[in-house]
Design a protein around this ligand. Structure first.
Ligand code: ADP
Ligand code: MG
Ligand code: ZN
Length: 657
């Protein structure tokens, strides 16, 4: 049992201290068990169990030779028939209250003795050792669980840090090994430049980024990218994984971090890479269960170190996470991880490029069509593609082929795909088509309305972290001044997805759920908060912080009675209905555009820049280069991390500009 738990809890670490601890516990239990068994058999080998009446019979037949009487049983030796011969056999019978026994034994002249046998060992074992053992086991198990699911910290592992700092003086990886995520590579080239020639930048007094955060779903190549940066700049690469810190005793992680930065500064220019930062940088106080002193201390140490050193020395800190939304805000502050690089899953071109990288050094048949493979694998990330190629190579070897051919690749993809389908990351063609129409619906309605933000990307690539780029346009009076017409247009845009589905398929899907949520919230805010409804006038009907959602029963705290409530509901519905009708109208008037654009989107999966301009017009889209620049500013946190799962038709229309 301890063994399987170990395996589950540490994926890769060889768990020495905890294992040692468990071993010694089991050792103790085993010794006691052995003692217990030995005691049970003490005073003789196998003895024949007899009933008391049989014992008495033997006694009467003068077969019994020797008797030992204890509180609980009677043991001894007797001539017992076995296969026709009488043999002297040890026996044992449970003692029965029999006052005549002693008299009888005396009469027969049998040698007998009374013995007081204490069962203290047995009692001790069952009353103390066993329960204690169970409690300790449970306890250590729980502690491990509370450690954030990270590893097998357990009780005795303090002082022994398993958070190893890996130092590679030269990663043999460079940008040639990274494909399909050109945007991210482009952004990191500057970092490489700086690492190569820090003096040049220093002389100009240029502001150098201190921390670069790579954000993207698992397997998109974040770790690879960080190594490639080090490889390109040929600088040492220090790496450590956030999850290693979680299980350690208080103080060790913080010491490690300080140590890491000291080492790094000595080797500057270099890169310090913190993988799986989310394990460490989880918003403080997120879990009510365990005190995460260690994680907090480590995080604080990291922040202190980051603040304390000058990036001009040439140490650049990179970090990777696939869950930016749970990170502590303090990490994103200027002077820390103030630059975020988004690593998106690749589109079809990207997938083809990644495949090309991974067939390097492998024997591949000439008639393998990588473009076709790329087309067949929407939703695959770099790691999936790398796996597929490897699997195909194995298959080819098993089949005794000299080269990898198309059938192997196809089969490898199918295998990978079933795995991914289970994780619901790959879409059926039909669903993809629906999503394409849905997203184009949003984009076209947006482009045809005057008061909307320009569109910068339309994509049907499933995104692992759905919140990324999916900016929520809930008008919030603390942040924006927003006009009535702007809200109305936003509502129309949000309804464009469903409107497109209705026009093309004559039916609607659940995929617009989160659109509708936004729409409802916006319309309600118009009526209840901003006084934008003629019928209800310039009145605020809702107390801040007391939205009906916080407390559905607390209506008297809001500023309206039941009649008004009805009126509000009517007005909200009317606004939405009107907007929906208009969205339908816009799309009906642009059906050809809708069909053409969706067809193109299905083919290339992501429309951006010039391609997008072909459909929407140059002034209705954001410039590609502009988009890269805006990324320098830290993105605002997603307001409510939205689960991707309840929302089978994706909402990848990225409206952030
Ligand atoms: P992440 O850190 O984002 O989870 P990794 O960098 O660990 O992903 O990727 C795992 C492996 O998948 C890499 O070692 C590489 O072989 C392959 N891979 C992932 N993304 C790419 C990419 N963009 N180009 C080439 N190979 C990739
Ligand atoms: Mg990684
Ligand atoms: Zn939508």
């Amino acid at each position: 049992m301890s063994d399987t738990q170990e395996k589950k809890n540490n994926k890769k670490k060889s768990a020495t201290p905890a294992k040692r601890f468990n071993f010694s516990l089991w050792y103790l239990v085993a010794v006691l068990l052995a003692l217990f068994i030995a005691q049970a058999y003490m005073g003789g080998g196998k003895s024949e169990p007899l009933s008391y009446s049989r014992f008495k019979e033997l006694l009467n037949e003068d077969a019994v030779k020797r008797v030992i009487i204890t509180q609980e049983n009677i043991r001894g030796e007797a001539m017992i028939d076995s296969a026709g011969v009488s043999v002297l056999t040890p026996f044992e019978a449970v003692r029965v209250d029999d006052p005549d026994l002693v008299k009888q034994l005396e009469e027969k002249g049998i040698d007998f003795e009374g013995r007081f046998e204490s069962d203290w060992l047995k009692g001790f074992f069952f009353a103390w050792v066993l329960p204690l053992g169970i409690i300790i086991l449970l306890w250590s198990f729980l502690i491990r669980r509370m450690g954030g699911g990270g590893g097998s910290g357990g009780l005795m592992s303090f002082g022994k840090s398993r958070a190893k700092v890996y130092m590679e003086s030269a990663t043999k990886i460079n940008f040639k090994d990274v494909a399909g995520i050109d945007e991210a590579v482009e952004e990191l080239k500057e970092v490489v430049e700086f690492l190569k020639q820090p003096a040049k930048f220093r002389a100009l007094g240029a502001q150098i980024p201190k921390g670069v955060m790579l954000v993207g779903p698992p397997g998109t190549g974040k770790t690879l990218l960080a190594k490639a940066v080090a490889g390109e700049a040929s600088v040492p690469f220090f790496s450590i994984s956030g999850s290693d810190f979680v299980e350690m005793f208080v103080g060790v992680g913080a010491a490690r971090v300080r140590d890491l930065f000291q080492q790094a500064q000595a080797k500057a220019p270099c890169i310090v890479f913190i993988d799986e930062l989310d394990a460490l940088g989880k918003a403080r106080g997120a879990s009510p269960w365990a005190s995460h002193d260690e994680r907090e201390q480590t995080l604080n140490a990291l922040l202190v170190e980051m603040d304390g050193f000058e990036s001009s020395k040439g140490v650049i800190i990179m970090a990777a996470t696939n869950r930016p939304e749970i990170l502590d805000m303090a990490l994103m502050r200027p002077g820390r991880f103030d630059r975020q690089v988004v690593v998106d899953p690749p589109n079809i071109d990207g997938r083809e490029a990644i495949l090309k990288v991974h067939i390097r050094g492998k024997k591949i048949s000439k008639d393998v069509n990588l473009r076709l493979i790329a087309a067949r694998t929407p939703g695959f990330v770099g790691a999936d593609l790398a796996n597929s190629i490897n699997e195909a190579a194995l298959l080819a070897a098993r089949r005794g082929k000299k080269e990898i051919e198309m059938p192997e690749l196809e089969e490898a993809i199918d295998r990978e795909m079933t795995g991914l389908e289970r994780r619901s990351r790959v879409l059926t063609p039909k669903t993809k088509e629906k999503i394409a129409y849905h997203e184009c619906g949003h984009a076209i309605v947006g482009a045809k309305l005057p008061n909307t933000d320009p569109v910068h990307r339309v994509s049907i690539i499933p995104r692992g972290t759905a919140t990324l780029g999916h900016t929520l346009y809930l008008p919030s009076e603390e942040q924006y001044l927003i006009s009535k017409q702007e809200i109305i247009d936003k509502i129309k845009v949000a309804l464009g997805g469903r409107a497109a589905e209705e026009i093309i398929y004559g039916e609607i899907t659940s995929g617009a759920y989160s659109d509708l949520q936004q729409v409802t919230a916006m319309a309600r805010a118009m009526v209840m908060d901003y006084g934008m409804s003629e019928k209800l006038g310039q009145v605020v009907y809702r107390r801040r912080g007391h939205t009906p959602r916080d407390n559905p029963f607390q209506t008297q705290d809001d500023y309206y009675g039941e009649d008004t409530a009805q009126l509000i509901d009517q007005e909200v519905k009317e606004i939405i209905d009107r907007c929906y009708t208009e969205a339908l109208q816009i799309l009906r008037g642009n059906q050809d555009l809708l069909r053409n654009m969706a067809a193109e989107l299905l083919k290339v999966e992501m429309l951006e820049g010039d391609k997008l301009a072909e459909f929407l017009g140059k002034d209705r889209i954001t410039d590609y280069s502009e988009h890269i620049q805006t990324k320098d500013a830290p993105e605002p946190p997603a307001e409510s991390p939205k689960e991707d799962d309840d929302d089978s038709v994706g909402h990848n229309l990225d409206k952030s500009g």
